[in-house]
Design a protein around this ligand. Structure first.
Ligand code: FES
Length: 322
């Protein structure tokens, strides 16, 4: 897990392409032709879409420093992100982005099993390519509603010629994907990467737990998980800012990042749902109550960083490195 202090920057929309029903890919380039910041498979960028900031996985080629590619599904429940891209963004427009950052990096493993649901295929596409480049065997299982809704199917099938296997699983042809079959032959030492709808990620987590492989599962979420409030409701707690010496009180219905902002202590925040990592902050004292979906159990236990947009305090007071 790394903390970055990168600033937003502008990119030019060079091309938009229909990749599948309701899926547009967007190719972004630097307006002055300078190389774009490096990234690794699994990385995402923050894209400013009107008043909102949304996270999209990079799904191009990391070796190509002239272009970024993202793919955006038009969601009927869109709160502005995907409808902005589909209905307003056009080639020639300038967009503001930040990143890339990677909380879904490919660890070194003997083999990889990738499980994609719908647009969740985007980070896995680049990871499958990387697995092949590392000379490791890989499988990619890709579920979608219908074949016409599944972006990058042909690209993946071509990729499978380089050391992997790809199984496309349109639901209207094959029914629901059997996750026990997907992980039934999980090779020893293989790591599982999953991105897609919540139900798919929950199902894969359940099967991994049954197989004793929970510590080899990596998931990428683009929406926060709703954590139920503890019995009796949330409590207030104090946050001491070690650098400024200021102390603030965070009420039951407030977030740390908002209270700090009100006190004139600005911390970068993007998703505000605990999924992007922008607000990651060092912890110098106290016990964080982690509510994000980024930190691994080991990172949570270490307790030296936390996402202050959603996470709270399990003790009376936190001391943060801000
Ligand atoms: Fe995205 Fe906190 S702002 S994790």
């Amino acid at each position: 897990m790394s903390t970055t202090d990168e600033k937003p920057f502008d990119l030019l929309v060079r091309r938009m392409t229909w990749e599948a029903d309701d899926v547009l890919s967007v190719e972004l380039v630097s307006p002055d032709g300078k190389p774009l910041p490096d990234w690794t498979p699994g990385a995402h960028i923050d894209l400013h879409t009107g008043d909102l900031v949304r996270q999209y996985s990079l799904c191009g080629d990391p070796a190509d420093t002239a272009h970024y590619r993202i793919a955006v599904l038009k969601s009927p429940e869109s709160r502005g992100g995907s409808s902005f891209v589909h209905d307003e963004l056009r080639p020639g427009a300038t967009v503001t982005v930040r990143g890339p950052r990677n909380h879904f990096a490919l660890v070194d493993a003997d083999a990889y099993v990738f499980v994609a649901g719908g647009i969740g295929v985007t980070p896995l596409l680049t990871q499958a390519r990387e697995a092949g480049a590392r000379g490791r065997p890989w499988q990619l299982w890709y579920a979608g509603r219908t074949r016409s809704t599944m972006a990058f199917g042909e690209e993946l099938t071509a990729l499978a010629a380089h050391g992997g296997t790809v199984e496309l699983h349109p639901k209207d042809e094959h029914g629901r994907m059997d996750l026990r079959r997907v992980l039934g032959g999980l090779p020893e030492g293989a790591h599982v990467y999953c991105c897609g709808p919540q139900a798919l990620m929950d199902g894969i987590a359940e099967v991994c737990a049954e197989l004793g492989a929970a510590d080899r599962l990596h998931v990428e979420r683009f929406a926060g998980v709703v954590v139920p409030s503890p019995e009796g409701g949330e409590s207030s707690f104090e946050v001491e800012c070690s650098r400024s010496g200021q102390t603030v009180t965070v009420g039951p219905d407030e977030s740390i990042v908002d209270v700090l902002d009100d006190a004139g202590i600005y911390v970068d925040a993007s998703c505000r749902e605990g999924v992007c990592g922008t607000c990651e902050t060092g912890v110098l004292g106290g016990v964080p109550d982690h509510r994000d979906t980024l930190l691994s159990p080991a990172e949570q236990e270490a307790g030296d960083v936390m996402m202050i947009c959603v996470s709270r305090c399990a003790s009376k007071r936190l001391v943060l490195d801000i």
